[in-house]
Design a protein around this ligand. Structure first.
Ligand code: ADP
Ligand code: MG
Length: 692
């Protein structure tokens, strides 16, 4: 469906202008200058000719069918013009003009209006308030955009709502001499969405890597589904901005997005297998490597250099990122000892010396490509005046084009002097960087994608011993009375319906009942105040633990009756569980998506250290294990210094039961189990809250 948009045979510009410095003129100039392979039709009721092309009074006068129309006219004229395009049989309209939903209710009404027209005629709308698209495919050469960066044909496609950032990324590639393929920036995205474009790019054989920039996801569920599917086939690189509260506000003010701290987007990226970046430079540099290099099969890097220090910097960056710099195999060592200069350093990194020749570089590259020890090659290349640098560059290109293992190159040169070397490397598709750290981070990104592609997704069990109907009934009852917080009894019943183990409990209205309940549970017990108005029980003296007998229970109840002025005060009597490890689990509904699930150290730790990890429902077994391993306190789970650990299978199961619970009961807005008391072989929830 989007094929006609990205591969148009004819483009008309409604609002084409003779004025040089106008968008209606610029788009025509761009189409002509970029060598558009199709027909261009300026539409302007007052002009006969624009930039040497015959102009038409109305879209209806165009002699041919039109695939794509640009609209560069004031917002209020757009609905009518869309109707005309419908009559003409136009397939796609790119609205460059602003003045729609981004400006407020009036603009929003116009947007609705033209969308209705478009739907009537089956036209797909791109934008409004957007730049448009570019396709540098030599068979198309469509520059349906008013910007000025003219790409060489390449394999990277860029998609973002924000025209500013899409262009910034585009310029980054241009600066590196790296070509791009499809570019799409759709502003308000009232119809054609980012996930839809990503799906198209996933199917586009000419696109090897997809780069996107996100400030907030409009439709997280669809994004997730599409990204997961596409990222399994080709790398999807994303940058999420608006990470700080201030940044989120800035983003909200120009996209109408949400100004809140956003854990969910990162979790979506992670679950979908999208490679994320915090830094736009790093994103661009990584994409350049993906554009021309194969994906490595592991994390072991061989380093070749002709100057020592920069290879040390690269080593540090690679190792810090979890990559390995293994020694050369005996065979490689013997081979290179024979081929290189006597003074050369034959280990990893290999230093061929500044006097190292093209043959020396080639011998190293060939040896490392053949050596099972390595998954990729990092080259540091300074261009001394006394060697044939162009030949060295040509050898790199030749080896890179074999596409056996990825190569990245830190090129230390004066680009104005060594233009031929730069040209050979760029045209040959060797990703070159101006700093060893940058090249090392690009290699790291390749390895990260390898890990994503080879990861085990894990199992998604469907616990059959659960009773969703009971959960629904309890929630239904609470809702009928307008309550948003469930009572302790309701919460514990839901947990039991999902076979989540809870400490034995009873409710009591007074001291006598409490004593009876305690005797039934067995001493020692805990007494907790229970009333709709009480949230943090221990803060107000509403929790007394380790009560050994009846008199102690009665005394605790009496104290609470005296000190707590809560209406409907009741008492929650619970089995006392000493000496376990306190953990927390929780879940929170995310708009347009399931729930985030949290795990961490409980009790006071969660407040002071915030040692928690997150994932999205449904949580697989692998993800549940990752959540356990991700916290700083993970060693406590395994057991330290004679203290027993906790059986992790129990915890994984608990996380997955919680995931299933909130998935079955989406009305749950927030839920936390804090603490869960964990022993070596058993766990019990001793405090839980659910809000709707
Ligand atoms: P709240 O979170 O409302 O203050 P909790 O029920 O979580 O109340 O109790 C506070 C603390 O008391 C818990 O973090 C835990 O350390 C301890 N505690 C509560 N119930 C038990 C129990 N059944 N066995 C052992 N310790 C408990
Ligand atoms: Mg608690």
């Amino acid at each position: 469906m989007l094929d006609t948009l990205f591969r148009p045979k004819s483009v008309a510009v409604i609002g084409a202008s003779s004025k040089e410095l106008s968008i209606g003129n610029r788009i025509i100039k761009n189409l002509i200058d970029f060598g558009f392979k199709g027909a261009i039709y300026p539409i302007n009721p007052k002009a006969d000719e624009i930039r040497g092309l015959k102009a038409y009074k109305s879209i209806l006068d165009c002699p041919e069918n039109i695939d794509v129309v640009h609209m560069v006219i004031p917002a209020q004229f757009v609905p009518q013009a869309v109707g005309d395009c419908g009559k003409k049989g136009v397939k796609h309209i790119i609205i460059n003009s602003g003045g729609f939903s981004e400006t407020g209710p009036e603009g929003e009404a116009i947007e609705k209006d033209f969308l209705a027209q478009a739907q009537k005629y089956g036209i797909r709308m791109f934008g409004p308030n957007c730049q448009g698209i570019i396709n540098s495919d030599p068979a198309i050469r469509a520059y349906c955009n008013f910007t000025f960066t003219k790409p060489d044909p390449g394999f990277i496609s860029i998609v973002a709502l924000s025209g500013g950032v899409a262009e910034l990324i585009h310029q980054g590639f241009s600066e590196m001499g790296v070509g791009t393929r499809i570019y799409a920036s759709n502003g308000n995205a009232c119809d054609v969405t980012i996930p839809e474009i990503i799906r198209y790019l996933g199917d586009d054989d000419g696109t090897r890597v997809i780069v996107t920039y996100v400030e907030g996801l409009r439709d997280p569920a669809t994004f997730m589904e599409v990204a997961q599917e596409v990222a399994a086939r080709k790398p999807v690189l994303a940058m999420k901005a608006g990470r700080t509260q201030e940044g989120a506000q800035a983003a909200a003010s120009h996209t109408g997005g949400l100004a809140r701290e956003d854990i969910a987007t990162d979790l979506i990226f992670k679950k979908a297998g999208v490679l994320t970046f915090m830094d736009e430079g790093e994103l661009i540099q990584a994409a350049a490597a993906f554009a021309s290099q194969p994906i490595p099969r592991g994390n072991r890097v061989g380093i070749i250099t002709n100057t020592g220090g920069p290879a040390v910097i690269a080593t540090d960056v690679l190792v810090a990122a979890g990559l390995e710099i293994p020694p050369l195999s005996a065979k490689t060592k013997a081979l290179l000892t024979e081929k290189l200069y006597l003074e050369a350093s034959v280990s990893n990194p290999v230093d061929v010396l500044a006097t190292g020749t093209a043959e020396h570089y080639r011998a190293c590259m060939d040896a490392m490509m053949a050596d099972e020890q390595f998954d990729g090659i990092f080259i540091n290349f300074v261009t001394p005046f006394f060697v044939d640098n162009e030949s060295i560059a040509r050898e790199m290109v030749a080896v890179s084009q074999q596409q056996k293992k990825p190569i990245v190159c830190n090129l230390m040169t004066d680009k104005r002097q060594w233009t031929e070397v730069v040209r050979i490397l760029q045209e040959g598709g060797v990703p070159c960087y101006s700093l060893p750290g940058a090249a090392a981070r690009a290699m790291t990104a390749l390895v990260r994608y390898h890990k994503i592609r080879s990861r085990e997704i894990g199992e998604l069990p469907n616990f059959a011993d659960t009773d969703p109907a009971q959960g629904e009934e309890i929630i239904g009852r609470a809702r009928a009375t307008g309550r948003r917080n469930l009572t302790a009894a309701e919460v514990y019943e839901i947990l039991s319906a999902y076979n989540i183990p809870v400490a034995d409990w009873r409710l009591a209205a007074n001291a006598a009942e409490a004593e009876k309940a305690a005797a039934a549970i067995g001493y020692p017990v805990v007494v907790k105040a229970d009333a709709p108005s009480i949230v943090h029980k221990s803060d107000i003296g509403g929790v007394v633990v380790d009560l050994p007998d009846g008199p102690a229970v009665r005394e605790a109840v009496a104290q609470m009756e005296k000190n707590l002025a809560a209406a409907d005060l009741r008492f929650f009597i619970q089995q006392y569980l000493p000496g376990g490890l306190e953990l927390i689990m929780g879940a929170k509904a995310e708009e347009g998506l399931g729930h985030t699930v949290m795990f961490g150290l409980g009790g006071i730790y969660v407040e002071i250290m915030q040692d928690v990890s997150f994932n999205l429902t449904p949580v697989t077994s692998t993800e549940a294990q990752e959540m356990l391993s991700a916290i700083k306190g993970a060693p406590l789970l395994r057991g330290v210094r004679g203290q027993k650990g906790v059986e992790q299978a129990r915890l994984r199961e608990l996380i997955q039961r919680l995931s299933q619970l909130v998935t079955d009961l989406p009305a749950i807005r927030e839920m936390d189990l804090n603490p869960i008391i964990a022993y070596e072989d058993r766990v019990f929830v001793v405090d839980a809250r659910i809000s709707l």
